[in-house]
Design a protein around this ligand. Structure first.
Ligand code: TNX
Length: 541
C-alpha cells in the first residue's frame, strides 16, 4: 500500500487528495486498536459466480467490521459505487460502513475503490481486487468495472460473522488477488412482459439480483399479440385498448413513461442496459386491435382480444406508409426514454406475412431505427433481409439464419432455445414452463460452450441472452422459479472463460448461493441436482 503513495501526485490533484485521505486511514491501520485474530482462508475456494479469470490466494483475511471505511476516487460514479457497496454490506451484516466520510480515529481498515488506467486489462468492465489484512483495493478503469468488482467483494463477505476468534464481530474476507473481466460484452436476459404483465417493483427486484451475477443487459419484450405494455403518447389506444389483456384472461397492464424511465434509471444504477423490444410485423394483434388500419388482412387473423398462447397469426400491413409513420413514432418515443444503444424490432414468427413483404418491412424498419440513432436487434429471421452489418441478430432457432448473419458480417447474440430458454421446463414435473424446445435441467443449461456451440466465430458473438417468455407465469414467484437458478449459470457462461468452467465445481459454488437467494426472498427452484441445505431440499415438481 505504502508504495502507492509515491504514484499518487502524478495522477491528478483531486485524486491525490482522496488517496491521501485513504492513506492516512490505512496508516492508522498499521497500529490497529485491537489485535484481531484472523482465520486461515483460501480465496481459490470462494463460491464466486461468475468464476473470476484469476484468483491468487494469500491465505489470510481482511476483517470487515465496524471500524472499516470505504473511500473512493473523486468521481461521482465511484462515490455511488461506494454507496451501493455500503448499502449492501449493511443489508448482509448490519454494519454501517461510511463512504468518504469516516471519522479517521475510528478507522482500522479501508476498502479503497480506485479508477486507474494502469490495470492490465483495458476492458471497461474489468477490475482487479487486492485483498490484504488491512486494506482492500479495487482497481477499475470505469465506474462499470468498479461496479462489477464490488459484486465479487459482496460475494466474498461471509454470511455470518466470525465471533469465535475475537470479542468483536468480524466478517473475514479471504485475502489475495483477483484479476477479472468478461469473456463476452453482452450478458443478458429477456423478460416477456406482454404475455403476462409484471410490475415495476417486480422488475426492480429482478434487476437487483441480476446485477449480483454481473449480468449487464435486460431486454424487455414490451409488445405481443396478447398485450401492448408501453405508453406511446401519439397512439394512446395502444395501452387503453391493447394493454388491457393478457394470457389466461387477466387484466394486463402497461408502463407509463415515468414507470419505464424509473426502470431504465434503476437498471443504470446497476450498470444494466435496458433494451426495448417492439415485436413486428408479427406478434402485433394487440396493436392492430387498438388501431385496425395496422392490420395486414389476408391470411392474418382478424384482431380480437387474445388470451391464448398461439403464435404466428398476426401481421402489420407492410405496404401502407401510415404503418411506417406509426412505427417511426413508436421508435422515436422509446428512443428518447432509452439511453442504451439498441432497439429490438422482434421480427420472429411472421408466418402470415409474405416473404417479400417481410423482407421489405425489415429493411424499412431498420432505416427508421438507424434514423433514431439506435442499433437494431432482431430475432434470427431478420438475417434473411438485406440489412446493415451494424444490426445484430439474435439466434434462437435457425442456425442457418445465424450463419447468414455472419456472412453479412453482423454480430450475433446467442439464445438457442434448447439451451437457454428460461421458459422451458426443468423436467417433465416442472410446475411452470413450456417444452417445445425440450426440457432444460440446470446442468443442460450450464454445460454448453457458447464459443463452439453454433459454429459462429467468437469475434461475431456479441454475447449470450437467456429469454424468459411468460405464457405460463403470472407472478414474481413464478418468474423466479423459472429464472433461478438457471440464470446464474448463464451469467457464468457469459462472463467466465471456458477453462474456468466445470459443472462439478459450479454445482458446489451454486449450492453456496442459497443464503443469498433466501435473504433476497427469491423463490428459486430447488433442483435435485444440487445438495441444498435444510428442509425442502428438493422439490419433486
Ligand atoms: C417462441 S422465441 C417465440 C415466442 C414464444 C416462445 C415460447 C421467439 C422469438 N418467439 O413468441 O413466447 O417461443 O417459448
Amino acid at each position: 500500500m505504502k508504495k502507492k503513495r509515491c504514484i499518487v501526485p502524478l495522477v491528478s490533484v483531486f485524486k491525490s487528495i482522496f488517496l491521501c485521505c485513504a492513506m492516512v486511514a490505512v496508516m492508522a491501520c498499521t497500529q490497529p486498536k485491537k489485535e484481531i485474530k484472523l482465520p486461515k482462508t483460501n480465496l481459490n475456494l470462494a463460491a464466486l459466480i461468475p468464476k473470476p479469470t484469476k484468483t491468487i490466494p494469500t491465505f489470510s483475511a481482511f476483517a470487515l467490521d465496524e471500524n472499516t471505511a470505504i473511500y473512493t476516487g473523486p468521481s461521482t460514479d465511484l462515490h455511488k459505487v461506494g454507496m451501493f457497496l455500503s448499502e449492501k454490506i449493511k443489508l448482509k451484516t448490519g454494519l454501517d460502513i461510511p463512504v468518504n466520510s469516516a471519522e479517521e480515529s475510528l478507522v482500522d481498515r479501508i476498502i479503497y475503490i480506485n479508477k486507474t488506467d494502469s490495470i492490465g486489462v483495458k476492458n471497461q468492465e474489468a477490475y482487479e481486487l487486492y485483498i490484504a489484512r488491512d486494506s482492500i483495493v479495487l482497481n477499475a478503469t470505469s465506474g462499470e468495472g468498479a461496479f462489477r468488482g464490488i459484486q465479487t467483494l459482496r460475494q466474498l463477505i461471509p454470511d455470518r460473522s466470525n465471533d469465535t476468534l475475537n470479542e468483536q464481530r468480524i466478517w473475514p474476507i479471504p485475502s489475495g488477488k483477483i484479476e477479472d473481466g468478461p469473456n463476452f460484452e453482452y450478458r443478458g436476459t429477456m423478460l416477456d412482459v406482454a404475455r403476462h404483465f409484471f410490475s415495476v417493483a417486480d422488475i426492480k427486484k429482478y434487476i437487483d439480483a441480476l446485477a449480483y451475477y454481473k449480468i449487464n443487459t435486460l431486454h424487455l419484450h414490451l409488445t405481443d399479440d396478447q398485450g401492448w405494455r408501453i405508453a406511446i403518447a401519439a397512439w394512446p389506444k395502444l395501452t387503453a385498448v391493447g394493454g388491457q389483456s393478457e394470457v389466461g384472461g387477466g387484466k394486463g397492464g402497461f408502463y407509463t413513461k415515468e414507470d419505464y424511465e424509473s426502470i431504465v434509471k434503476f437498471a443504470a444504477q446497476h450498470y444494466i442496459t435496458i433494451i426495448p423490444e417492439v415485436d413486428m410485423p408479427g406478434h402485433t394483434n394487440a396493436a392492430s386491435l387498438s388501431y385496425p388500419f395496422l392490420h395486414a388482412g389476408g391470411k392474418a387473423d382478424t384482431p380480437r382480444v387474445r388470451t391464448d398462447m398461439k403464435v404466428g397469426y398476426s401481421s402489420l400491413h407492410t405496404r401502407k406508409d401510415t404503418v411506417y409513420h406509426f412505427i417511426d413514432d413508436v421508435i422515436g418515443e422509446l428512443t428518447v426514454l432509452t439511453p442504451g444503444p439498441y432497439f429490438h424490432i422482434g421480427g420472429d414468427e411472421s408466418h402470415v406475412t409474405r416473404k417479400k413483404d417481410y423482407i421489405d418491412f425489415v429493411e424499412r424498419v431498420e432505416a427508421l431505427v438507424r434514423k433514431h440513432g439506435k442499433q437494431m436487434i432482431g430475432w434470427d429471421e431478420i438475417a434473411t433481409a438485406a440489412i446493415d452489418s451494424s444490426t445484430v441478430t439474435q439466434y434462437w432457432r435457425t442456425k442457418k439464419n445465424a450463419q447468414t448473419a455472419v456472412e453479412k458480417n453482423m454480430k450475433v447474440i446467442l439464445s438457442p432455445a434448447n439451451k437457454c430458454y428460461l421458459d422451458m421446463k426443468y423436467d417433465s414435473l416442472s410446475k411452470h414452463g413450456l417444452d417445445w424446445a425440450g426440457t432444460i435441467p440446470i446442468d443442460t443449461a450450464y454445460t454448453w460452450d457458447p464459443e463452439t456451440y453454433s459454429g459462429i466465430p467468437k469475434d461475431h458473438i456479441l454475447g449470450i441472452e437467456a429469454p424468459l417468455w411468460s405464457e405460463t407465469i403470472a407472478t414474481l414467484d413464478e418468474l423466479e422459479y423459472l429464472a433461478f437458478p438457471r440464470i446464474i449459470g448463464y451469467a457464468e457462461l457469459g462472463w467466465s472463460i471456458p477453462e474456468n468452467r466445470s459443472w462439478e465445481m459450479y454445482r458446489q459454488r451454486l449450492r453456496k448461493q442459497q443464503p443469498f437467494l433466501e435473504r433476497m426472498e427469491i423463490d428459486f427452484y430447488r433442483s435435485p441436482l444440487i445438495d441444498w441445505e435444510g428442509k425442502n431440499k428438493t422439490e419433486a415438481q
